[in-house]
Each structure stands twice: as C-alpha cells, then as structure tokens.
Design a protein around this ligand. Structure first.
Ligand code: PPS
Length: 309
C-alpha cells in the first residue's frame, strides 16, 4: 500500500513486523489514544470529508464491523460478490488509525478513495473532525451495553498485539470504569453521541436491537440512507450479516490481518456475537460494584440500554 510498492494490507503489516508493539496510549484532550494516533492527531482533526461520506462511529467492540458490512451491502443492493472485493478496513477505512509504515494509515486509504466513502471511527463525539458536521454528513452510531462491550474489549485487547496489555480481568473492570482504555470512557462516548443525535442527524442504533430483530434494524439503516431495496434483498443482507456468515467471510472476519497483529489463536475477532455473555465473566460482587458506579455515571442519560434479551 506504499506509494512505490503495491503491497496488500496483510503484506504491509508483515513488512512492518519489527515495529509492531503494544503501543502505549497518550491523552488527546483527556482521551487516551494509541500514541501513533495521538502524534498524528492534527492531521486527523483537519480531515475534510465530502458531504456524501458516511461516518460509522462506535466505542470499540460495539458492532462496528457488523454495521460496516450491512452498509456496504445496502449500498451494493445486496451484491455479496461486490462486497467481497476487499477486506473491511479497505472498503471502509478507519479514520484515525495510524500504524508503522508501510502500513497505510486511515487517512492514506481515504485519500485514495473517491467519495462517497464509508468511514469508521472510534473517536468520541468531541474529537470527530468538525468537517463531518459542517458538511452535514450522515453518521450512524452503534452502542452496546457496557458489560458486554467490556467483555468483548477484554478479549480483543488480548489478541490485538498493538493494544495495551489488558492485564487480569478484575483490574480491567476498573480500568474500564475509570475510562483508561484506548478511546477513553465508554460512558462519555455513548452519552456524547446520544446528546448530539438530533442536532446532528445521527442514527443511533443499539447492538442488542440488531440481535433482536436484524431485519428491522437493516431497514432502519436503509431508510436513513435514503435507499429503497426489495424485501428479498433485505432478507439476503440479513442472511449475509449473521454472526455465522460474517465469521466465515474472509473479507469480514479479520483473518486478513497477520497473527503478529491479530492473534486469533488467543481469541477470534468474531468471538461470540451475543447479548448477555457478561454473565459468564462478572462475579455477583463485580456486577454489583459495576452497577452502582454505572448508576452514578448514567443516571441522567436515559439511554435505553439492555443487558439481556
Ligand atoms: S472493532 O474492532 O471495534 O471494530 O470491533 P467491532 O466490530 O465493533 O466489534 C466486534 C464485536 O462484534 C461482534 N460481531 C457481531 N455480532 C453479531 N453479529 C454479527 N454479524 C457480528 N459481527 C461482529 C464480534 O463478534 C465482537 O463481539 P464479541 O462479543 O467479542 O463476540
């Protein structure tokens, strides 16, 4: 993917293997971000989207990849082959991501694509480049209940060898509660977009709703994108974006990322895809402590999260 060589994403990672480490985080306006992102943050902030670009924003592990796949299929009228043209991060670049060269950054990939683009971000609302709102871009936010979101992040931090060490589960819960994980506080993240959703015309979705009734949520996204697809195509998109289908799809399951970055022998990227897996991880005492703290942080937010279906 460098200018002079035509490396695939995986090859570029392989070539950068000596520079792959668990990168430390540095605060950017109080939000901990991977140091490579923090050091390049002026360029990220200056990114100027086209008004036709779509932003997909999430706290990490809330259902980003699932939504990226649904959107790509909607924009291609359910054409599975078209949506296997490239791996997810090429079809839908990750705005702020910065990695050692020759791995292309999100901005490098975006520069090479003509709008309309499907742009992924994990940035909290206040760090999203203001160009998105000035240009009145559409934006979809997916939120996932805190406990399942954290469990998913815990496994991801074990297998993603560029993320800080998660350490033991007990300590990880407290890091999550204090907002110390990469991309910061889950609580501030979900509240930030919730508060802005009407003013900025953000479609705010829930992972649990997508699990409960994927057809309803795919249709919701379709309407938001001003598309009108047949019932057959919608059914096909729902089928192509089940957890099982995506786990088997080499263009969506992140097996294209070499083991030196994503070690899927530790945990699969497509791990479980369920609501309520937190019950297999929290002890009753941990759950009570978490809930008490959650009440304090979320009491005025009124966001209808569900921790089970
Ligand atoms: S990332 O790295 O932040 O982009 O990860 P993200 O895609 O947001 O989240 C990964 C979790 O989403 C689950 N997933 C799905 N669940 C249900 N259906 C489908 N199709 C699907 N695709 C991805 C994935 O398994 C991760 O959750 P866990 O709980 O770890 O399984």
């Amino acid at each position: 993917m460098s200018e002079d060589k035509d490396l695939s994403y995986g090859e570029a990672i392989q070539e950068a293997s000596n520079s792959i480490i668990r990168f430390p985080v540095i605060p950017v306006k109080g939000v901990p971000l991977m140091n490579l992102i923090a050091n390049n943050f002026d360029a990220v902030s200056a990114f100027c989207p086209d008004s036709s670009d779509l932003l997909i924003a999430t706290y990490p592990k809330a259902g980003t990849t699932w939504t990226q796949e649904i959107v790509d299929l909607l924009l291609h009228n359910g054409d599975a082959e078209a949506c296997r043209r490239a791996p997810t991060p090429i079809r839908s670049p990750f705005l702020e991501i910065c990695s050692p060269p020759p791995i292309p950054s999100g901005l490098d990939l975006l520069k090479k694509q003509a709008p309309p683009r499907i742009i992924k971000t994990h940035l909290p609302f206040q760090l999203v480049p203001t160009g998105f709102w000035e240009k009145k871009c559409k934006a979809i936010y997916i939120a996932r209940n805190a406990k399942d979101n954290m469990v998913s992040y815990y496994y991801f931090d074990q297998m993603n060898l560029t993320q800080p060490e998660p350490g033991p589960w007990e300590g990880y819960i407290h890091k999550f509660m204090r907002g110390e994980l990469s991309w910061g506080s889950w609580y501030d993240h979900v509240k930030g977009y919730w508060e802005e959703r009407e003013k900025k015309n953000i479609l705010y979705l829930f992972y649990e709703d997508m699990k409960e009734n994927p057809k309803r949520e795919v249709e919701r996204i379709m309407r938001y994108l001003d598309l009108s697809l047949s019932d057959d195509v919608i059914r096909k998109i729902v089928e192509l974006t089940t957890f099982k289908s995506m786990k088997e799809n080499p263009m969506a399951n992140y097996t294209f990322i070499p083991k030196i970055v994503f070690d899927q022998s530790i945990s699969n990227f497509m791990r479980k895809g369920e609501v309520g897996d937190w019950k297999n991880h929290f002890t009753p005492e941990q759950s009570a402590e978490f809930d008490e703290d959650y009440e304090k942080k979320m009491k005025h937010a009124n966001i209808p999260f569900r921790t089970e279906l």
